[in-house]
Design a binder for this molecule. Structure first.
Ligand code: ZN
Ligand code: MN
Length: 254
């Protein structure tokens, strides 16, 4: 009964945990999206689940199975929808999944739900799902929902040490140093270090055009170089994320 993974518990053990300890339930959200030739399609969900698990361990929480399909990949932060393997859902589908999750966890008696996002494009649709779910439950509901993008918990000091030549920003960090280093820490066997491309950061204009322009996006799908990635950097970031997210969860539900 010491597992943090909800899907490994029986309903009887899960009910006991929820009613006795009121554990925060972590719901990781990801995407099935190209991450260059060197990282797996499921990187966003693998990383959000990994940081959720580290955080849950620190605060006595449980981790629910990941919502593994995300909102449509955009050229400037995920490369776009034209890559083979990128498999996305309409906004309404993602909103509906989150709304359903909010309703179901509330029905279980859960009072603290933490939605851990690992895919940039999901943000507003998670907010909408939470809002509609809480509206369904009504004013007397005891469930509180916290929502976060895990990368926002990295400190300036850490970003400076991970990017000695300057941080390109989180949008261009797609399949680059942060995600590659964290995958080298959590899932080293899934990283093809021999295939890491070394291209300068993509240079996008300050507007979007639809249908999207494929030629704006590097052929590799990587938006800035992943060359400086190391497992050590991944470990430093993972430790910081777990600790700072745990503190935030404790503070938010005080
Ligand atoms: Zn990603
Ligand atoms: Mn993504």
């Amino acid at each position: 009964m010491s597992t943090i993974w909800m899907n490994q518990l029986s309903w009887v053990d899960y009910e006991a945990r929820v009613s006795q300890d009121q554990p925060p339930i972590f719901l990781p959200v990801g995407a099935l999206e190209q991450h260059g030739p060197h990282l797996p399609l499921g990187t966003d969900g693998l990383l959000s689940a990994a940081v959720a698990a580290d955080t849950a361990t620190l605060v006595g929480g449980l981790v629910a199975p990941t919502l593994s399909y995300g909102y449509k990949s955009q050229p400037k932060c995920g490369g776009g929808q034209h890559f083979c393997g990128t498999t996305s859902v309409d906004a309404a589908t993602l909103i509906g999944s989150v709304r359903d999750a909010v309703r179901e966890f509330a029905r279980h008696g859960v009072t603290k739900l933490v939605i851990v996002n690992g895919h940039y494009e999901n943000q507003w649709f998670l907010i909408e799902g939470i809002d509609l779910g809480l509206r369904d439950l009504g004013r007397d509901a005891k469930l509180q929902v916290m929502r976060l993008e895990y990368w926002d918990f990295l400190t300036e000091d850490t970003l400076k040490s991970v990017f000695p030549d300057g941080f390109p920003g989180f949008a261009l960090e797609h399949a680059a140093v942060i995600e590659t280093s964290m995958m080298l820490h959590y899932h080293p066997s899934l990283v093809r270090t021999d295939l890491i491309p070394d291209e300068p950061p993509a240079d996008f204009p300050p507007y979007d055009v639809y249908p999207t322009k494929k030629h704006w996006v590097p052929l590799s799908g990587v938006l800035s170089s992943a060359r400086g990635s190391t497992a050590e950097k991944g470990k430093v970031m993972a430790l910081e994320l777990g600790q700072r997210m745990a503190a935030a969860v404790t503070e938010a539900f005080e």
